[in-house]
Design a protein around this ligand. Structure first.
Ligand SMILES: Nc1ncnc2c1ncn2[C@@H]1O[C@H](COP(=O)(O)OP(=O)(O)OP(=O)(O)O)[C@@H](O)[C@H]1O
Ligand SMILES: [Mg+2]
Length: 480
């Protein structure tokens, strides 16, 4: 072997060795790219932390660690160049300049299982009650899995919500998403509580988002009670929690509902309130510099609402369903509030609670004229539908003429339809009233509506010769 060929051999073996090494490094490249790069907090404005040096995607969970080793959880909510914006999920107390930011590369998950029934959780999924550990069986994504809209079963069956006015006149379908529009203090919580106790749904998930802390205890102890709590899971994130936590609370309640739906259960999801959820997103979006649009709400708020609401509904045919009620605060009873407006467009119906009715002691204060259930025609029979249309027609005839009637400007006999509505109004109002401790099943509500019209016919016959403004003679009353 010549000296030259020996040299060539050595070069070739070195070359091979290096190529092998490089191939090994190359094989390790994906691992290198997912390496966690830490950063540090450079600025803090309000609740927003700015971090430099770290790399993490939006929605990723990070730990912000102080010099003393204590860490706070924060979520990446945006970025600007190499600057990340983070929002803490808990208290920001103790965060110092240059605090370490350690991305986890993990997205948020929810621990679920049958054992969640009867429990009260916070926005992180930890128990708030003192009933011991949760004993969950699996974890699912906080943001859920999208369902192909073509795979969803249509809404065809009614769901008994236990409230007469709704069952009879605004029938709710399994898998329907409704808004409960009302100002403050007109009976939203009591109505949600009645539904929780009296519905025939298998599981009830209640999301108390951004409301007063005091109300949480009141809702659980007094409104839900033991009976309601047994098949319910409550996620409570009061107003004093961070906006990220409030968003998480709403998504978590939805994830838990999805879990039970995927077990084939009919779930009733009650979210109080969608407005506070929207306000949480507004706080986050404004803090990271998104320009405000309608009434201070940045555009991302209107994108976030369907992200939440679209997760409710039916799964594929033969599987479970999520029927959802989202309360929407109409400040100063303004039905044109941007959140109310946006919600109306993305929901399958709305139930409006009227302050005037609540103030007159009429509960549940459902405004029959202003409320609508868009799937009703698909879920009730023709006879029921005819009665509903008749009821609404007579009711709105009275309402249109109410002012004239009350000031005595209407003369009996001017219009037979108005005469009829005046005669029937007291019975109609009585039908719509329901004590909070009284259940009314779907079948019962339907029957009572039939009885109401039978009685109405008799009343009309009895009162044909009687002045509707005169009190009814005792003898005639007995015939009703
Ligand atoms: N079905 C009912 N029967 C009798 N009273 C009722 C009924 N529903 C509501 N109320 C009365 O209305 C009050 C306010 O109800 P509730 O707390 O449900 O209102 P809300 O709309 O949830 O208020 P907020 O906006 O403050 O949360 C209750 O304290 C109760 O007195
Ligand atoms: Mg309330």
């Amino acid at each position: 072997m010549t000296e030259q060929s020996m040299l060539d051999d050595i070069v070739a073996s070195h070359k091979n060795k290096w190529l092998k090494k490089l191939a090994e490094y190359q094989a390790r490249m994906p691992t290198v790219s997912s390496m966690l790069v830490e950063g540090k907090v450079t600025r803090m404005v309000g609740m927003t932390l700015e971090a430099l040096g770290c790399q993490a995607a939006v929605g990723v969970r990070c730990e912000v660690e102080n010099n003393d080793g204590e860490s706070i959880e924060a979520e990446v909510v945006g970025f600007n160049g190499d600057r990340l914006y983070l929002m803490p999920t808990g208290s920001i107390q103790g965060i110092q300049p240059n605090a370490r930011v350690i991305p986890s590369n993990a997205v948020y998950e929810v621990a679920v299982g049958e054992s969640l029934l009867g429990r009260v959780l916070d926005g992180t999924g930890r128990p708030l009650d003192s009933k011991g550990p949760l004993n969950t069986t699996e974890t699912i994504a906080l943001n859920g899995k999208p369902i192909n809209p073509l795979d969803r079963a249509p809404v065809t069956e009614p769901l008994d919500v236990g409230v007469r006015a709704i069952n009879a006149l605004l029938s709710v379908g399994r898998g329907q998403r409704l808004g409960l529009f009302a100002g403050s203090g007109v009976g939203k919580s009591v109505l949600l509580g009645m539904m929780t106790r009296y519905t025939t749904a298998d599981v009830i998930i209640v999301g108390l988002i951004g409301e007063r802390g005091r109300e949480v205890k009141d809702f659980i102890n007094n409104i839900l009670g033991e009976e309601g709590m047994a098949r319910a899971v409550v996620v409570a994130v009061p107003a004093d929690q961070t906006p990220v936590m409030r968003l998480h609370g709403a998504f978590m309640a939805t994830s838990i509902a999805e879990y039970f739906r995927d077990q084939g259960k009919n779930v009733l999801l009650l979210m109080d309130s969608l407005t506070r959820f929207a306000q949480a997103q507004r706080e986050i979006a404004l803090a990271i510099g998104e320009p405000p649009a309608t009434k201070g709400y940045p555009p991302s708020v209107f994108g976030k609402l369907p992200q939440l609401v679209e997760r409710a509904g039916n799964a594929a045919k033969g599987n479970g369903s999520i029927t959802a009620f989202y309360t929407v605060l109409t400040e100063g009873d303004d039905q044109m509030d941007p959140i109310a407006d946006a919600s109306r467009a993305i929901l399958d119906g709305h139930i409006v609670l009227s302050r005037a009715l609540a103030e007159s002691g009429h509960f549940p204060a459902v405004d029959i004229e202003a409320s609508i259930s868009r799937v009703m025609v698909d879920i009730i029979d023709q006879n029921h539908l005819t009665m509903v249309q008749k009821f609404k027609h007579i009711y709105s005839t009275y309402k249109k003429n109410e002012d004239l009637i009350t000031i005595g400007a209407y003369t009996k006999g001017s219009d037979s339809r108005v005469d009829q509505s005046i005669m029937l109004q007291p019975q109609f109002m009585e039908f719509l009233k329901q004590d909070m401790h009284e259940p009314a099943s779907f079948q019962q509500s339907q029957q009572e509506l039939e009885i109401l019209f039978e009685q109405a016919q008799q009343t009309e016959q009895v009162l044909q010769t009687v002045d509707p403004f005169e009190p009814m003679p005792e003898a005639n009353k007995n015939q009703l």
